[in-house]
Design a protein around this ligand. Sequence first.
Ligand code: GUN
Length: 292
Amino acid sequence: MEILDGKKISNQIKEEITVEVAQMKERGEKVPHLAAVLVGNDGASLTYVGSKVRSCKKIGFESTLIHLPEETTEEDLLKQVHQLNNDPAIDGYIVQLPLPKHIDEEKVLMAVDPDKDVDGFHPTNFGKMALDMETFISATPFGIMELLKRYNVDTEGKHTVVIGRSHIVGRPISILMSQKGKPGNSTVTLAHSRTKNLKELTLQADIVISALGVPRFLKADMVKEGVTIIDVGITRVADDTKEKGYYITGDVDFDNVSKKASFITPVPGGVGPMTIAMLLKNTLLARERHNN
Ligand code: GUN
């Protein structure tokens, strides 16, 4: 069994980007500038956005955090989005999800300029991804593909079962895994809450990608020997014995499933850190595109 070490690989990617940014500086070019918009005070979102901004500083990017109050109106948020679209200093930006219930998420994501949409959530970018065109691929599926690539996991002709059909992870990773390429060329089954006999499907899988958000859902008796496991779940489970009052766990019963797996991502330290690295990579791409 080999651990797919997302922390290690994400550090490698960040080091590679750091070198490129240093070279940009030496050439007297503008360095990439990422902005993040956060509405409200959701604990997990505060952590993620803080981590994204800190990573920018570490690798030499400019970064701007726009933290708006929970009561921000949709109209005001849309104004902020238009301002970022029109600000030449900003190469790319994200609007952290989830947004408060009174704001129409789709409307906001549609307003983001696709050329600055480093999250790859705009329909133009999602469509390009689905058509194999060059674009911003969303950080989580992009991170999974990069992890498989750097560990040389063979996906060709393999049966990949994706659990979860979210727009951010399940749907896009099912498309990417079926596309021509390395990694790719996989036969994909996209399972979701209405799927019948899920266990029958996962037992046939060479690769399982779980993006469900249900702690320890995937058990050892649901997978075959030699399976590759990608665990996208990051759930906070309340626990008073922990300093933070919770611990983080994935969708996979790691202790038991890892005994049968050939490759497996841990939680934390698997897919999570990769998403930040790929967001930075997309921001670098945005800068390069704006330069050309
Ligand atoms: N919320 C959970 N994941 C993401 C992400 O990748 N981007 C944004 N903007 N919000 C998220």
